[in-house]
Design a protein around this ligand. Structure first.
Ligand SMILES: Cc1ncc(COP(=O)(O)O)c(C=O)c1O
Length: 394
């Protein structure tokens, strides 16, 4: 049977990066001794109040279709949260509720770019970006965040990458997988380029509330940016709610109405009980991110310290988020060899970061969303694995 060219646009390296993760997931389901550090799924429970609200709403019969672009109470709560993080006042017409930041990224991509356009993002990138951007038919152009600079975005290369075909820049701050928090100066350069070349900026800010060092600057707050920025976020990371698929896009009203049309033909609205619970998560669990940040900070410190003690590995501390990138180039192994051997020989599942972009070739990405105890056990196993490698240079 034939498929549309779309299936090639949504395949690719990013999709392959999940192969090991899927194998590990299946092994966990079979009860095998596997430590999953390949994905950023928080081990913590969703706040109780949020769960109780959802259950109560379900029992009350909130199981019907909802307004497709989101309930007003949730849009208002998102607008208030957006104001807190960006200083930018927005109204309901600037907000659309979608199934996670991922769905918001996809919808934004489809509504702002098409075949013949170019869309720029930084390399390395979040695993789904390649497919998300190529889904529109646009050509993905990458700009390096070189490992040698501590994965700082190369803004000269960004300027040089812009052509008359460029339609948008997708940026992630705080960044996954590097944990880099873009500085105000860096974002100002990006904003000036966007204004000068009349580009959209899609700003993925799912980790904005989980910063250890540095300040979160929302690019939409910079001069000339409000009318060209789509800010994407969700409750997945900041409230331990990845499975609820509660996310959103905030942007200019006209674009938001197009995203609403896409939601109509693709999603048909988020469940009402999820939306009401999301209001509670935003309004009544506002301290949760502060608590999480301190927990993750301690784990990050521990993970970075332990990894740096292992022969053949090096890593720098991420400024934010829930992942650390470890450089295993001194072991002489390829990413496939390192990650699959580590998994098969020790049961520790990490992600070969080469699947996240050329710039992360020779690195693996490890999440610290699991308990300190499990993390330590994982580091013990990684240490034994690396110590047992032939020809490893410390
Ligand atoms: C940078 C980035 N963007 C988007 C997502 C997707 O988040 P959501 O669960 O809100 O779809 C993730 C999830 O890991 C992420 O790391």
């Amino acid at each position: 049977m034939k498929f549309s060219p779309f299936v090639d646009q949504i395949g690719g390296k990013g999709a392959n990066a999940w192969r090991l993760h899927s194998a590990a997931d299946a092994a966990v389901a079979r009860g095998e001794d596997v430590i999953m550090l390949s994905i950023g799924d928080p081990e913590f429970e969703t706040p109780k109040l949020v769960i109780e609200t959802a259950v109560e709403r379900l029992r009350a019969g909130d199981t019907h279709y909802t307004g497709v672009s989101g309930r007003d109470e949730l849009k208002d709560a998102i607008a208030r949260d957006h104001l807190r993080l960006s200083g930018q006042k927005v109204g309901r017409e600037n907000v659309v509720v979608l199934a996670g930041a991922q769905c918001a990224l996809f919808c934004a991509s489809m509504c702002i770019a098409s075949a013949g356009d170019e869309v720029i993002t930084f390399d390395p990138m979040y695993a789904t970006y390649e497919a998300t951007m190529q889904a529109s038919g646009a050509r993905l152009v990458t700009v390096p965040m070189p490992a040698e600079t501590g994965f700082q975005p190369d803004l000269e290369a960004l300027g040089a990458a812009i052509t008359p075909r460029t339609r948008a820049i997708f940026l992630t701050t705080p960044h996954n997988p590097t944990g880099v928090v873009f500085t105000r100066d860096q974002l100002t350069v990006i904003a000036e380029l966007a204004v000068k070349h009349d580009l959209w900026v899609v700003s993925d800010e799912v980790y904005a509330d989980l910063i250890f060092e540095g300040e979160h600057v929302a690019i939409t707050s910079l001069a000339g940016m409000a009318e060209r920025t789509v800010t994407v976020s969700s409750l997945s990371k900041s409230r331990n709610m990845p499975g609820w698929r509660a996310g959103w896009a905030v942007g200019p009203a006209e674009l938001i109405s197009h995203l609403g049309n896409l939601a109509l033909c693709m999603l048909y609205g988020l469940p009402g009980f999820v939306q009401d619970a999301a209001v509670v998560a935003l309004e009544q669990c506002a301290d949760e991110p502060k608590r999480l940040t301190e927990v993750y900070r301690a784990r990050r410190d521990q993970a970075v310290k332990r990894l740096n003690q292992i022969p053949g590995l090096k890593c720098t501390a991420p400024q934010a988020g829930m992942f650390v990138l470890a450089d295993f180039r001194d072991t002489g192994l390829t990413g496939d060899e390192f990650c699959w051997r580590l998994y098969n020989e020790t049961g520790v599942a990490v992600l070969d970061a080469a699947g996240l972009g050329e710039g992360a070739n020779g690195f693996f990405r490890m999440s610290y969303t699991t308990s300190q105890e499990k993390l330590n056990e994982a580091c013990d196993r990684i240490s034994r694995f690396c110590n047992g490698l032939d020809g490893t240079s410390a």
